[in-house]
Ligand binder design. Sequence first.
Ligand SMILES: Cc1cc2nc3c(=O)[nH]c(=O)nc-3n(C[C@H](O)[C@H](O)[C@H](O)COP(=O)(O)OP(=O)(O)OC[C@H]3O[C@@H](n4cnc5c(N)ncnc54)[C@H](O)[C@@H]3O)c2cc1C
Length: 312
Amino acid sequence: MTQLPIPRGTLTPDRPLDSLTWLRVGGPADWLFQPADLKDLSDFLKALDPAIPVFPMGVGSNLIVRDGGIRGVVIRLGRGFNTIRIDGLRVIAGAAALDAHVARKAAEAGVDLTFLRTIPGAIGGAVRMNAGCYGRYVADHFVSATVVTRGGEVIMLSPDELQFAYRQTALPPDMVIVEAIFDGPSGDPEALAATMDDQLAKRDASQPTKDRTAGSTFRNPAGYSSTGAADDTMDLKAWKVIDDAGMRGATLGGAVMNTMHPNFLTNAGGATAADLENLGEEVRRKVFQNAGIQLEWEIMRVGEPDPDNKKE
Ligand SMILES: Cc1cc2nc3c(=O)[nH]c(=O)nc-3n(C[C@H](O)[C@H](O)[C@H](O)COP(=O)(O)OP(=O)(O)OC[C@H]3O[C@@H](n4cnc5c(N)ncnc54)[C@H](O)[C@@H]3O)c2cc1C
């Protein structure tokens, strides 16, 4: 097997990724690297053969990792990248800090980043995906991010460089976000806590938050503004066109289009990544036939199909 640099953190060969994703599917990474700290990450990438691909993952709440897994090195940040500091109305969060923790800590200090409370990812994924809900998005509060390039260089990126759009940025797929800075409006800590409780209750009432999903499967089809602010307000919702095409509750193997919210592709037990992806593609076909609308995936699908095709 190819020789890799020896880091201070943990480098695990042939590491199954299913347990690291919300959907609980996916084959192994050739290598899973959990760096000890920023210098460890930067030194490792500098020394790593440039021909070996790298893929940064967060907590896997927006991913289908295919059954054949991911070739190259998957980088997952943990302790060493999860500190949260507050300086006035400025919040400086490590990329591995959970969105919910950042929202809570900011609220305690009187800074309103409450929209992050119900998003189940970590800050690296939130920046990469321009995560948002209830009409507010990362792009509205983002000041800058510290990232490590594939060559191991540590640089800062501005909002202009990230080019935030609806659920996406221009960040190259092998660049690793290690920290992000946000500015939030001030608020009364008790009122912010009440807002977050309210948002959690709304979520639980409208979405299958306890099921194995990766959130919204497809983007809302009606269009969106540059910051993505329109997706909550546009009339045409993905769940509605899926419902109209008769795909609420549709199944394939262990995959189901959730009956509570039909834009939530769900692993109801024993699904493979191929079940989930193929059901999603079937939904796209049916919606196109029924309404002439091409749904676009919001869930990122990464890695390779099962090489033996056993699970396809
Ligand atoms: C129940 C549920 C509800 C959800 N609701 C919402 C919602 O309301 N709004 C919303 O926007 N999303 C929502 N999501 C989707 C998801 O939580 C977000 O997209 C989240 O920001 C993904 O973060 P993550 O850490 O899980 O990233 P992952 O899923 O692990 O990765 C997603 C992408 O980010 C990249 N990435 C992750 N970390 C880094 C890093 N450190 N550096 C560079 N790239 C990185 C990955 O390469 C990948 O391209 C929901 C998901 C679930 C399961």
